[in-house]
Write a protein that binds this ligand. Structure first.
Ligand code: UDX
Ligand code: UDX
Length: 461
């Protein structure tokens, strides 16, 4: 039964990077709603109920504390929560399939489908089901069929409400979104359900930023937004390779093109490669959908974005190897940063994983430092545990190293005492700046040989 102290009972299944922060912000903004977040992972739920949240996200603990115990609840009692809720967000993971048809590209929908079937099994009243997980186009239709094939006479309306938050800025992205997108069937029931969800966001998002569309446009928009963002990074990374051959400077090129308001200046920072749980997965998903509709030219076009990213990571290590006299065997190399971007402890698809593995293949001694991501790094590289050191203090990590390679743009790394670091390193000492965040002139003057991305290098030999 619904908790009648609240005007709506909202549930989210999946307490991950998306579900947790999204529900925390809804609960903080809307004390009149009861918001429950459930997960099959009890340790995760325990962490959400503690001061040591399961994910590192600036500002999140404050938001959670504002609402937890008042109208925000984290629980493992999935069935009771389903029965109570009128509106259920589903935010379980949808990784790339690793087996069978579409392996390596298509989305693995097994968790989504299991969740849908469990909802049907335990529900005793009509519900609105909202896709928060990124899903292939037309998934809502399939889920609608599964949900509505029940013999209890219960009606489910499936909506799509993709999440556009970026990690590291999740709280501000949720509090001040560029837009909120809600896709529904255009039937009277679909529109009624859509209006219920619009009402939630209207508590803090201006009306003109709440977009409604048909359900397939909404599902597709999430994939396309991520594909376009990743495409910009692959585009500028491709130009970084050309800059290194021509003495042009990719940062100057980014600045010059970014001032064209038609292009815009965001997402033009050249890097060792994009990572994160979404970009690669969503593009491969788009590629798979295009292929399955026979659109091979469109599929190939988008696949190049991922292939260019692979090339950039490979190129970075090949360049290190070439510069360090064609061998890194036995040489200690300190990776500064392991998270896929700054301000998160998340390492999913982090370019640092590939860089570390390639360096290990070359028999380098790899040392990893990161202010938030060392625990995840240890899990990612568990198979190589005996060959890697994980050290929290960057000064210690760089001791005795031949090279530092910057993998993550943590602002801490800009403020380090590089004279002190240099004094403890082997000679010649190298810095490979995979994020172009350090002061290269200054490092060169200290004595480092500096190799930025897409910019002229500074070397003493
Ligand atoms: C997830 C999806 O990966 C992504 O496609 C989508 O856009 C948003 O939701 P994220 O929150 O980053 O993103 O994933 P993750 O941190 O892995 O969280 C998913 C949670 O769902 C996990 O805590 C997992 O334990 C939980 N889960 C999974 C369930 O509660 N039930 C299941 O059956 C499967
Ligand atoms: C992305 C989308 O931005 C977000 O809207 C969606 O909901 C989920 O996927 P996220 O993966 O959390 O968010 O981070 P994002 O800031 O997009 O960065 C992705 C990757 O691109 C990171 O590895 C980042 O370092 C890299 N990047 C970003 C660059 O290499 N250069 C840039 O200019 C910007």
């Amino acid at each position: 039964m619904s908790d009648t102290r609240f005007s709506k009972n909202i549930l989210c299944i999946g307490a991950g990077y998306v579900g947790g922060p999204t529900m925390a912000v809804i609960a903080a903004k809307c004390p009149q709603y009861k918001v429950t977040v459930v997960d099959i992972n009890a340790a995760r739920i325990d962490a959400w109920n503690s001061d040591n949240l399961p994910i590192y996200e600036p500002g999140l603990l404050d938001v959670v504390k504002q609402a937890r115990g008042r109208n925000l609840f984290f629980s493992t009692d999935i069935d009771a929560a389903i029965r109570e809720a009128q509106i259920i967000f589903v935010s379980v993971n949808t990784p790339t399939k690793t087996f069978g048809e579409g392996a390596g590209k298509a989305a693995d929908l097994q968790y989504w489908e299991l969740t849908a079937r469990n909802i049907v099994k335990v529900a005793t009243s009509d519900k609105i089901i909202i896709e928060k997980s990124t899903l292939p186009v037309k998934t809502a239709e399939a889920m609608g069929r599964i949900l509505n094939a029940n013999e209890k006479g219960i009606k489910f309306e499936v909506l799509s409400n993709p999440e556009f938050l970026a990690e590291g800025t999740a709280v501000s992205d949720l509090e001040k979104p560029d837009r909120v997108l809600i896709g529904s069937q255009l039937t009277p029931e679909g529109i009624k359900a859509r209006d219920e969800v619009v009402e939630i966001y209207a508590n803090w998002v201006p009306d003109e930023k709440i977009l409604t569309s048909n359900i397939w446009s909404s599902e597709l928009s999430k994939l396309v937004a991520n594909a376009f963002l990743a495409q910009r990074i692959s585009s500028i990374n491709s130009i970084s390779a050309l800059c290194e051959k021509t003495d042009a400077n990719v940062s100057e090129v980014s600045r010059a093109i970014g001032m064209d308001t038609r292009i815009g200046n965001k997402f033009l920072s050249s890097s060792v490669g994009f990572g994160g749980s979404c970009f690669q997965k969503d593009i491969l998903n788009l590629v798979y959908i295009c292929q399955s509709y026979g659109l091979s030219e469109v599929a190939d076009y988008w696949e190049r974005v991922v292939l260019m990213n692979e090339y950039q990571k490979r190129r970075f290590v090949q360049n290190m190897l070439k510069v360090m006299f064609n061998t890194v065997a036995g040489k200690k190399i300190a990776l500064f940063g392991f998270a896929f971007k700054a301000d998160t402890g998340d390492t999913r698809e982090s370019p640092a994983i590939d860089v570390a593995k390639q360096l290990l293949e070359e028999h380098a001694k790899v040392v990893i430092t990161d202010p938030q991501a060392l625990n995840n790094a240890k899990i990612d590289l568990a198979a190589y545990a005996d060959k890697i050191e994980f050290i929290e203090d960057p000064y210690e990590a760089a001791k005795g190293a031949h090279a530092i390679a910057v993998m993550t743009e943590w602002k801490e790394y800009k403020a380090l005492d590089y004279k002190r670091i240099f004094s403890g390193m082997e000679r010649p000492s190298f810095v490979f700046d995979g994020r172009n965040i350090l002061n290269h002139e200054e490092l060169f003057n200290i004595g480092f040989n500096v190799f930025p991305l897409g910019q002229p290098n500074h070397k003493h030999f």
